[in-house]
Design a protein around this ligand. Structure first.
Ligand code: ATP
Length: 342
């Protein structure tokens, strides 16, 4: 004991398999983590009779950091999405999605390293205010942007850029048309940007951003934007680097941060031992950055990069290997240990 406490939720489907591989890799780094294993999703429903037990919420609050496998939310279980519920409970206002191009993948460009920082709590994704007229002819919903919401997400993006030594933050908006909502976001972003003179800041309209990302992605470093635009842009960025197979995500609030793979529980391959653990491992690497183990986080990413570059046969089938989840972890651990010994 005495290390940094991490709440670990193994998750559903392939979750336990990729979590086991991820923890083995983390353990090989000896970075002083104390795991607190708790359940959520179907695993929690089976063992404890509820999808999101109090003990799980308490462990996340206590540790302040969680590593989470994919969760299945059953229909009729009282939640439309457990992931959304966790974001709401802990006010996880920043959704951070890195897109990094790795060798020997379906990445469309090499050298991409983009961080999308998406506001996670307001904008076009409010539950309230969604109505359809009685005749079914007209539907409407509310888009709400607040100064507080805009300020904290933009400040988070700039602080992240500063901590990670990033050079540039692009503020993405549609203030030319959505003059009130996107307009407020943009004007607050301009104010916050002035506090970070060493970081270049530019503004880009969302439609142009999509085109620029596809045509010249190398111009992007950190992107900060509102909820709906961020949702779309982060998947666009994932597509640029070959899809969701290697896509980690983090949901960050002031009291808690949850790190996860973006993909789902993959029930079609669960239990077969062939799930690719990389997205969760990359999420774990971002978690290590978050808890000031930046060197170890970097080593995990480098080990993945080198293993992919070598086209190691022990990789999982989705990456062209003939191995499985555990043999992939073995290959990564071997690389980490060789480098540590060198
Ligand atoms: P859910 O309902 O939990 O979102 P899903 O099957 O709809 O599950 P994903 O779990 O993201 O969505 O899976 C989409 C496809 O990608 C599936 O064919 C799945 O096998 C594959 N897949 C997802 N994650 C991985 C992984 N880590 N390794 C290999 N294949 C994966």
């Amino acid at each position: 004991m005495g290390g940094t406490g991490i709440a670990v939720i193994r998750g559903d489907g392939i979750g336990p398999e990729i979590m086991q591989a991820t923890l083995r890799v983390l353990d090989s780094l000896h970075c002083g983590l104390d795991y607190c294993f708790v359940d959520a999703g179907m695993a929690a429903l089976e063992h404890q009779g509820e999808l999101l037990p109090q003990a799980t919420l308490e462990a996340i609050s206590r540790c302040g950091v969680a590593l989470k496998g994919p969760l299945t939310t059953p229909i009729g279980g009282g939640f439309s999405s457990l992931n959304v519920e966790l974001r709401r409970r802990f006010d996880l206002y920043a959704n951070v999605r890195p897109a990094i191009s790795f060798p020997n993948t379906r990445a469309r460009y090499s050298g991409i390293d983009i961080l999308t920082v998406r506001e996670n709590t307001e904008g076009a994704y409010l539950n309230e205010g969604q109505t359809v007229s009685p005749d079914g002819e007209t539907a409407q919903s509310i888009i709400r942007i607040t100064r507080r919401g805009s300020e904290r997400i933009v400040r988070y993006a700039f602080e992240l850029a500063r901590r990670r030594g990033r050079r540039k933050v692009t503020v993405v908006h549609k203030a030319n048309i959505m003059k009130t909502t996107s307009g407020l976001f943009l004007s607050v972003a301009r104010e916050v940007a002035r506090e970070f003179p060493e970081i270049e800041c530019n503004e880009l309209i969302v439609d142009n951003t999509c085109m620029q990302l596809v045509m010249r992605p190398e111009q992007f470093d950190v992107i900060v934007t509102t909820n709906l635009f961020g949702d779309i842009l982060s998947d666009l960025c994932a597509g640029l680097v070959g899809g969701l197979g290697l896509a980690p995500g983090a949901n960050i609030g002031s009291g808690a941060a949850i790190f996860e793979a973006v993909h789902g529980s993959a029930p079609d391959i669960a239990g077969k031992g062939i799930a690719n653990p990389c997205a969760l491992l990359l999420a774990a690497a971002d978690m290590l950055d978050h808890i000031d183990r930046v060197e170890q986080g970097k080593r995990v990413r480098e080990a993945i990069r080198a293993t992919l570059a070598a086209a190691d046969r022990r990789m999982t089938p989705d990456l062209g290997g003939s191995g499985g989840t555990e043999s992939f972890a073995d290959a990564l651990i071997e690389r980490l240990q060789t480098r540590a010994a060198a």
